[in-house]
Ligand binder design. Structure first.
Ligand code: ARG
Length: 495
């Protein structure tokens, strides 16, 4: 079975494609979200062609007129991508040719290839999505900072090996997430910079004999610079791998957070209670309240890793130049953006509406020797013991108490056990050493859990988040200014 229309590249072919060839090769679903970027790229290219006297001003007017119509029709739902035309680039060009005729419409593709078009579209789209994700991460950081501000001296057990380790504050825990997500912001910022070079003008792979002006299209599309090497840029998808890696780590971090939410809301932990609006029930067990949002976030993380591995595997065998394998880069990248955006869309609200059970945290921090290290430190400072010696003594003390099913809260017993080791700490002093809240206050080393340090870090992280917000804003402005400038020229040409 043959399709009715011959392709724009059909000159050397004697028959049309079979419908199964079309179905197998087209990329319409993935390409639909690129159409507005494709049209922007075409407008910039056409303006440049006219400035360089490669096409006439009449040509330009006609081309721009139909590109604007194509955009309008797409937005009104009157122009949708046709699989028979393979991809977004051929669809837009066909729209032009069908409306303006092959003589005029056929001029747009002078000094241009779909190979550089597909890259232009991807670069433009990716820039917007990275900025969206950066804004989402900042919102999540704000939610953590609000928790931190409310809880700089709310004491809870800090964990290593998922076992009680030392007292920390809930605010310290919350700022740890901010510190972690700030690194994601930096990775995304660097991925943005790598993606912000202009591929347009590379053409098929070798540049062109036409006197094109790549600086002009760079300016009109809001890129930082033209990508310097035509063959390299045509062959490059590492900027996508970079983004998928950055997004994979964002998801890994969201998944770790989700894991904690899942644990913390168990009956056993009872550290946090989710708002009803951010939980789910069971169809059979009436009492259930489940942390489904956190579980789905954790469960979707693998899709991001899959996307990264998919792309890396795609790239490893490809020789220099365009290879059709590249077409497969888009569906996993789109899915990656969509998943990360949807998780970041909901998790800040989930955190903002979560209640923390600070009584339970205090109860646990005092029931399992979390201040043993404080006592060991005290012995080093006040009893001229080496840390190893004092570690040994406190370890022995804990062993004895565990044996008797007691804890540090039994001050008299603790005191008399220490005396067996010739250490005599008056009970009021012992009480202070073993007090979890005082332990917090005294961990004043840089980056430690003391309220003073947590407050300092809150301030430092707010400053970094402001810088990120300003950076995101300036990238957004660069994009919008370039788009406006392209549109201003288009409007001027069209009168
Ligand atoms: N649709 C293709 C892609 O997504 C881009 C077009 C380039 N095709 C070509 N045969 N040179 O990668």
């Amino acid at each position: 079975m043959q399709t009715p229309n011959k392709s724009l590249w059909g000159g050397r072919f004697s028959t049309n494609l079979t419908s199964e060839t079309v179905a197998f090769t087209h990329s319409i679903e993935a390409d639909t979200r690129l159409i507005v970027y494709d049209i922007w790229g075409s407008k910039a290219h056409a303006v440049m062609l006219e400035r360089q006297e490669i096409i006439s001003d009449t040509d330009l007017r006609e081309i721009l007129n139909w590109l604007c119509k194509a955009e309008e029709d797409f937005q009104n739902g009157n122009f949708s991508l046709d699989p028979n035309k393979e991809d977004v680039h051929m669809n837009v060009e066909s729209y032009l040719i069908e409306n303006a005729g092959p003589e005029l419409g056929g001029k747009l593709h002078t000094a241009r290839s779909r190979n550089d078009q597909v890259l232009v579209d991807a670069h433009l789209y990716i820039r917007d999505e990275i900025l969206n994700i950066q804004r989402g991460i900042s919102k999540l950081c704000d939610a953590f900072l609000n928790i931190a501000k409310d809880h700089v001296d709310t004491v809870m057990p800090g964990y290593t090996h998922t076992q009680h380790a030392q007292p920390i504050s809930l605010g310290f825990w919350a700022t740890a997430y901010v510190s972690m997500f700030l690194r994601d912001q930096k990775r995304l910022q660097s991925a943005y910079e790598l993606a912000n070079t202009n591929p347009l003008g590379a053409c098929a792979l070798a540049g062109t004999t036409f006197p094109i002006d790549r600086q002009l299209t760079t300016k009109l599309l809001g890129f930082d610079t033209p990508h310097e090497h035509a063959l390299d840029v045509i062959s490059s998808r590492d900027f996508i791998a970079e983004i998928l890696f950055a997004l994979s780590l964002v998801m890994a971090n969201l998944s770790r957070l989700s894991e904690e939410i899942i644990y913390w809301t168990t009956f056993e932990y009872d550290f946090a209670v989710l708002d009803d609006a951010y939980s789910s029930g069971s169809s059979i067990m009436p009492q259930k309240k489940n942390p489904d949002i956190a579980e789905l976030t954790r469960g979707r993380t693998g899709r991001l890793y899959g996307a990264l591995i998919d792309l890396l595997t795609n790239l490893k065998g490809l020789p220099m130049g365009y290879n059709r394998d590249f077409q497969e880069d888009k569906p996993p990248l789109w899915e990656a953006f969509d998943i990360v955006k949807s998780c970041l869309g909901i998790l800040p609200n989930l955190l903002n509406t979560t209640t923390f059970n600070t009584d339970r945290m205090a109860e646990l921090v005092n029931s399992n020797f979390a201040t043993a290290t404080e006592l060991a430190n005290y012995l080093v400072k006040e009893h001229q013991l080496s840390f190893r010696e004092s570690h040994e003594i406190v370890g022995w003390l804990v062993g004895e108490l565990v044996e008797q099913e007691k804890t540090f809260t039994e001050l008299k017993l603790t005191h008399s056990l220490l005396k067996q080791k010739d250490i005599d700490i008056p009970i009021p002093e012992l009480k202070q050493i073993l007090d979890a809240k005082l332990a917090l206050e005294n961990n004043q080393s840089l980056g430690g859990t003391s309220p003073a340090e947590v407050n300092r870090m809150i301030g430092a992280f707010e400053e970094q988040l402001n810088e990120i917000a300003m950076h995101v804003y300036s990238c957004q402005t660069q994009i919008e200014d370039a788009h406006k400038e392209t549109q201003r020229i288009v409007d001027k040409v069209l009168g």
